[in-house]
Design a protein around this ligand. Structure first.
Ligand code: PLP
Length: 267
């Protein structure tokens, strides 16, 4: 038996019936890191490679029952938060985290899918900011998400650094601002700050735009934290994992969408 799998990672997120993003991506990512994956489904999407056709949000009492069942039995090393759909769900998740106090919370502030589908209601932004940022060990926004959360425009390197500071001031202990939306040539710069360490992780811009990349990155960070890595190392290894998974990507449906190939993570 692998010893690594005794510590579990829990994803609280949305399901993607197309298997590329959300809960499905998270569980594949945990497995690729040798970490046992648990899931509490906050929302269900009917989705394929051409978009989201419907969304169903189960009653929050049932979400809470899933989270409690996981904490009642498993040694949870890290929780990953993804699509939470609306303010009521956010409050329920924050209440559950305040009860169970997991060691690490990795918050991917999912708002809009690459396809344009809205995955978080507009009036939920304030709840996300007030309830979840203070509980987050790390938050992993892309540029549009960082702009909405921090309330500042992020259109260049200086503005990105300022946004990192704003997001930490809102309570997130560490921030990884993904730079894919900024035009910095052939290189993408992901900026990281935890108050002690700040770093820029540079990687080549790949021609593929993978579906579920954000979900997978946050899940890989959570898995690496379960493997006892320090936060900055967990982030760097997760960025490497995304590069490998994108290079192993494939197109499972009729749409112009690449799904990540989840190969075993580097030890
Ligand atoms: N569907 C679900 C359930 C998700 O959680 C996410 C991402 O966070 C997406 C879709 C969007 O994935 P992408 O924007 O990478 O296509």
């Amino acid at each position: 038996m692998q010893t690594l799998a005794s510590r579990c990672a829990l994803t609280i997120a949305g399901s993607d019936s197309g298997g590329g993003a959300g809960i499905q991506a998270d569980l594949k990512t945990f497995a690729a890191h040798g970490v046992h994956g648990l899931s509490a489904i906050a929302a269900l999407t009917a989705q394929h490679t051409r978009g989201v056709t419907a969304v169903h949000v189960p009653p929050v009492a049932f979400l809470r029952a899933q989270v409690d069942a996981c904490f009642d039995d498993f040694d949870i090393g890290a929780v990953k938060l993804g699509m939470l759909a609306n303010a009521e769900v956010i409050h329920a998740v924050a209440d559950a985290l305040e009860t169970h106090r997991p060691r690490y919370v990795v918050l991917d502030p999912v708002m809009v899918a690459t396809s344009g589908a809205k995955l978080l209601e507009d009036d939920a932004l304030d709840a996300l900011r007030r309830r979840l940022l203070p509980l987050a060990s790390i938050i992993t926004p892309n540029v549009p998400e960082a702009e909405l959360l921090a309330g500042t425009r992020v259109d260049n390197a200086g503005a990105a650094s300022t946004a990192l500071g704003h997001l930490r001031a809102l309570g997130a202990r560490a921030v990884l601002l993904k730079g894919g939306h900024l035009d910095e040539g052939r290189t993408v710069v992901d900026r990281y700050d935890d108050g002690v360490t700040d770093a820029e992780f540079l990687h080549d811009r790949l021609d593929v735009d993978g579906h579920g990349t954000g979900c997978t990155l946050a899940a890989a960070i959570a898995a690496n934290l379960c493997r006892e890595m320090a936060m900055a190392d967990a982030v760097e290894a997760a960025i490497d994992y995304i590069g490998d998974a994108l290079r192993a990507g494939y197109r499972p449906g009729k749409g112009d969408v690449t799904v990540l190939g989840h190969l075993a993570a580097r030890p």
